[in-house]
Design a protein around this ligand. Structure first.
Ligand code: ADP
Length: 449
């Protein structure tokens, strides 16, 4: 629960809200405090100014301070401040608390001088004691404000947290739904059910993740199917030469045929076919597992092509064919395992010879293409039907199913060629038109120098 993503999201959001509310509360308090203080000071100033004016009017009308005491007492209790008025000689004529009356009040700088309205002469001084009552008043008005703000923030904060939690819960449930689906599907895949896919309408990262996951599941399903087919195919391919061998042996045992040179040659051919098949299978499994050790070297592709073609020229001649080579003068050096690339070329040449009738032509070309050298083997043979083209690199795939295995090969040649080319980082492809011929093209990496 504590480790669940949803819980963490909820906790993170709650924390963010608490911090935000705390910070806003703090700053608002600071601002309010300063504002209230300013407001109090202004109000005090206005009050003092008004008292000053009223005292001046009083004195100007009456000519002395007699009878002022009740007014000052009233102001004192009204404003909650101590108010003292001294005459021009520094004697107290009014004190809101009464006990300084008729006593001298040493003038100090806090007093506000009062002047007569008519003669503009000094008539006394007004003292308003600050602090005492106004401080308490200030504190109490502050605490009231704090409480109001605090209440506002408490309820507002609780409401915000509740809302945020609800939204986070709903949103995170929606976001996490594909993650949960991925987990369930991954578990089923792990249990061997490769048909499982995740349904997800999401776009963005999660959509991309689901897409990648689904394509991985498809790859796994395909790999599993291929592996299953592979075992079935291998069993099937081995069965024919084995039953042929057993057939010969039984016939010899039963005296149906004699164990002469011909019989032994036939047995040898079947055994050779078997051993070629096993070699091819081993090679293919190494190449497909990426375990094939490539002996990369900087080579002149010219030489590799010439030597390989020379090897196959006799076989071609036996069918009345000639393999021509057409290469540009300048070709970059290539970085390849020449044995393996020669094996690819040999295989393509063997196929071309096998599928081209007497009088046809076979041509090998090479050209530079970006950082690659593109090699092609073109024949004017029977061609491959368009619908078969996507399959011919599949293992054990033969276009002509009726062709005997002895003449048709193991059906692994192109699969191995493809693995070898891909092990070099290159690509192999085919273009073909039925009745006109085929062209196999593969790329090998040019050397960087
Ligand atoms: P095989 O051992 O049967 O030659 P490959 O994997 O080399 O197996 O080739 C697969 C199939 O592709 C062949 O059986 C053949 O039908 C077809 N094929 C390959 N090369 C050619 C070609 N040059 N012309 C026509 N068909 C070809």
């Amino acid at each position: 629960m504590i480790h669940s993503l949803q819980f963490r999201l909820l906790a993170a959001f709650t924390l963010v809200i608490l911090v935000t509310i705390g910070a806003v509360f703090f700053f608002i308090n600071q601002a309010t405090q300063a504002e209230i203080r300013r407001f109090e000071e202004r109000a005090e100033e206005i009050r003092a100014g008004r008292m000053e004016l009223e005292l001046s009017v009083y004195y100007s009308r009456q000519g002395d301070w007699k009878g002022i005491q009740p007014f000052v007492e009233q102001w004192g209790s009204l404003y909650g401040q101590r108010i003292i008025v001294a005459d021009a000689n520094g004697m107290v004529v009014a004190d809101s608390q009464g006990n300084l009356l008729s006593k001298p009040y040493p003038p100090d700088s806090s007093g506000r001088p009062l002047s007569s309205l008519r003669e503009a002469s000094a008539i006394g001084t007004l003292y308003i004691s600050p602090g005492l009552s106004s401080g308490a008043e200030f504190a109490s008005s502050l605490s009231i404000t704090y409480k109001a703000i605090g209440r506002f923030f408490l309820w507002g904060g609780l409401l915000a947290i509740a809302l945020a939690l609800l939204i986070t819960f709903l949103v995170s449930r929606r976001i996490l739904a594909p993650v949960k689906a991925l987990t369930v599907t991954a578990r089923r895949l792990g249990q061997g059910d490769f048909s499982q896919r995740v349904q997800c309408e999401e776009k963005g990262e999660l959509g991309e993740l689901t897409g990648t996951f689904n394509s991985m599941a498809s790859d796994l399903e395909r790999a599993e199917r291929l592996q299953r087919n592979m075992v079935a195919d291998v069993a099937h391919e081995l069965r024919t030469p084995l039953s042929n061998i057993r057939g010969y042996l039984e016939a010899v045992r039963d005296g149906v045929i004699k164990p002469d040179v011909d019989t032994i040659r036939s047995l040898d051919e079947e055994a050779a076919l078997l051993s070629r098949l096993v070699d091819d299978l081993q090679e293919l499994s190494l190449a497909e597992a990426g375990a094939l050790k490539l002996n990369h070297q900087i080579e002149d592709i010219h030489n590799v092509i010439k030597q390989t073609v020379a090897m196959k020229q006799t076989q071609a001649a036996a069918k009345g064919l000639f393999i021509s080579i057409e290469l540009p003068d300048k070709l970059p050096l290539v970085n390849i395992d020449s044995q393996r690339i020669s094996q690819v070329l040999r295989n393509l040449l063997e196929n071309a010879i096998a599928h081209t009738e007497n009088g046809g032509t076979i041509m090998v070309t090479a050209e530079k293409q970006d950082n690659w050298v593109k090699v092609s083997v073109t024949d004017t043979g029977e061609g491959i039907p368009a619908e078969e083209l996507p399959n011919i690199f599949e293992r054990f795939y033969r276009v002509d199913k009726s062709r005997t295995r002895a003449t048709g090969g193991s059906g692994l040649g192109l699969t191995i060629a493809k693995s070898l080319v891909e092990a070099h980082g290159g690509k192999i492809e085919v273009q073909s038109e039925i009745g006109k011929g085929s062209r196999f093209i593969f790329t090998v990496p040019a050397s960087p120098t």
